[in-house]
Design a protein around this ligand. Structure first.
Ligand SMILES: Cc1ncc(COP(=O)(O)O)c(C=O)c1O
Length: 278
């Protein structure tokens, strides 16, 4: 077949997102009619929509009240590397992998960050490493669901409640699709392009109070590019996260400083009401 010939076999649905996943049922370009495309994400209207999106993520995922949510640049990869560059180095690191992206986080820990005490637990496709060998005195980086490998951790029972290190879980294809025991995780990341059938470009990072404490009390010994930094002047960057106390409950909002142009499309694209119904 000539490379220019029209393929005879066509997909059942032509609604692809960048995942690559299918767009959500009911999606049409009309979803973007009032998406505030071309407007600054710092303007009042777009900023309010970003705040609503953050609140919906918090409520649909049923996160603990004291966990905070931020939307960050560079998709899930940006969110995972932001956690690694901003938080690691305070103690040893165990990093686990059973798919291609997990292997990227291993490479980050072993060849990119100047970490002194790194233990790797890598399994071939189709397998998990021995989870009982993980040292939770260290920070632990792993992938909840190795999307392309089709292998995920069974549950959170292997993670102790009284761990000393932080657990950092790339959960991009697990969030909204699998039960996640939030209290076992200190950093959770995902992007809109997986279970939500949305678009890439921005990621989401969720932090437990212990992760926030690390941001506020620890400065890595290496330079952290602004785009990977959770902190501003050694405190959680209020541009990512705005934490409000509302009727005694912690609520999270975002001011959108780190959000880059393009976020408005991603946000308009997502139908959280429907996700909640499912
Ligand atoms: C497990 C896992 N982590 C990370 C990524 C990268 O996600 P993104 O393209 O949103 O950076 C993927 C993408 O397929 C993935 O499956």
């Amino acid at each position: 077949m000539s490379p220019d010939a029209k393929p005879a076999k066509k997909p059942v649905s032509t609604l692809f997102s960048t995942g690559p996943t299918r767009k959500r049922p009911g999606w049409s370009p009309a979803a973007l009619d009032d998406a505030a495309l071309g407007r600054s994400h710092r303007a009042a209207g777009p900023k309010a929509r970003i705040q609503t999106c953050i609140s919906k993520i918090h409520s649909v995922l049923e996160l603990p009240d004291d966990y905070v949510v931020g939307i960050v640049p560079a998709s899930d990869t940006g969110a995972v590397e932001m956690a690694m560059w901003s938080l690691l180095g305070a103690r040893g690191v165990d990093v686990l992998a059973w798919d291609a992206f997990g292997r990227l986080w291993v490479a980050d820990a072993v060849t990119q960050l100047p970490l002194e005490n790194v233990t790797t637990h890598v399994a071939d496709y189709g397998h998990l490493p021995d989870l009982s060998a993980v040292n939770f005195d260290n920070d632990v980086v792993f992938t909840w669901n190795g999307t392309a490998a089709g292998v995920r951790v069974p549950d959170g029972d292997w993670i102790p409640d009284d761990r000393a290190g932080l657990t950092i879980a790339d959960s991009t294809s697990a969030c909204f699709a699998m039960d996640i025991p939030w209290k076992k995780l200190d950093v959770v990341t995902f992007s809109f392009q997986k279970s939500l059938g949305g678009e890439g470009g921005h990621g989401v990072i969720i932090l437990s109070p212990r992760a926030v404490k690390r941001v506020n009390s620890y400065t890595p010994p290496w330079p952290v590019p602004k785009i990977l930094s959770l902190a501003k002047e050694c405190k959680l960057e209020a541009g990512h996260f705005l934490i409000e106390r509302c009727a005694g409950r912690l609520r999270t909002r975002i001011r959108g400083k780190m959000i880059k142009p393009g976020a408005m499309q991603i946000i308009a694209d997502t139908d959280f009401q429907r996700v909640k119904a499912i």
